[in-house]
Design a protein around this ligand. Structure first.
Ligand SMILES: [Zn+2]
Length: 229
């Protein structure tokens, strides 16, 4: 499942014409931080200020990785360099900038989304609203009584009826998160397990979805997947 950036397959010319698919990248935080095209200097000053406010180093790295991966993903889609992509965020709740839903000011029709979890990052770009969520394979959302308040009852009950409900509830959780981030329910939904990274990923996107591709170049010892994540 490892593939270099060339396999992403979204060129600048064909980026988001008719039938274009959403593209997702999933990686470990370590993979992103070791990627030759990416470094912290790509972030905008407002993003660096927000990073500076994160006290837990591993969480800071996860947030940094997700923001860098979003740039790489958007770069693949638009043909711009990761430095020139310039994503912004605006909050649908309070209307202020700097948090909330990400977007590309120079590409108003293009949807972007990112996600981070313990040691994992994911990003998606698509020809319309997209939402992505990544969670560690070992995460167990719950309990069911809480999930029933947050998610559709019938889906929670179906997942909860399985012999080991944990994995099914996790898949349900990432699907709902991806739809929530896309901001609508009437989009196609793909969900998969990335065994190499021990991650469960869901991608909600308007025009279909493509599997995650590693953003890392050909594997090297420095980019071996960390164990236990
Ligand atoms: Zn807000």
């Amino acid at each position: 499942m490892s593939a270099g950036p060339g396999r992403v397959g979204v060129g600048p010319a064909a980026a988001y014409g008719e039938g274009a698919a959403a593209v997702a990248l999933v990686a470990t935080t370590a993979e992103v931080l070791a990627h030759p095209e990416l470094d912290e200097g790509l972030l905008a000053p407002w993003e660096r200020r927000r990073l500076a406010g994160i006290r837990v180093p591993t969480r800071r790295d996860d947030v940094l990785a997700a923001r860098l991966l979003l740039r790489l993903c958007a770069s693949r889609a638009t043909g711009l360099s990761p430095r020139d992509v310039g994503p912004a965020q605006r909050c649908p709740g309070c209307g202020r900038d700097g948090h909330g839903r990400p977007y590309l000011p120079d590409h108003p029709g293009v949807g972007v989304s990112y996600s981070h979890a313990d040691g994992l990052a994911a990003a998606a770009v698509g020809p319309g609203p997209v939402g992505i969520d990544v969670e560690p394979l070992t995460r167990r959302p719950g309990p069911v009584s809480v999930l029933r308040r947050l998610l559709p009852h019938d889906e929670v009950d179906a997942a909860g009826a399985e012999p080991d409900p944990g994995p099914a509830l996790l898949r349900l959780w990432v699907r709902r998160e991806a739809l929530f981030k896309a901001g609508r329910d009437d989009v196609r939904l793909a969900e998969w397990t990335d065994r190499r990274r021990a991650a469960v990923v869901a991608l909600a996107g308007a025009d279909g979805a493509r599997r995650a591709l590693s953003p890392a170049p050909s594997p090297s010892p420095a980019q071996a997947p960390p164990s236990g994540r």
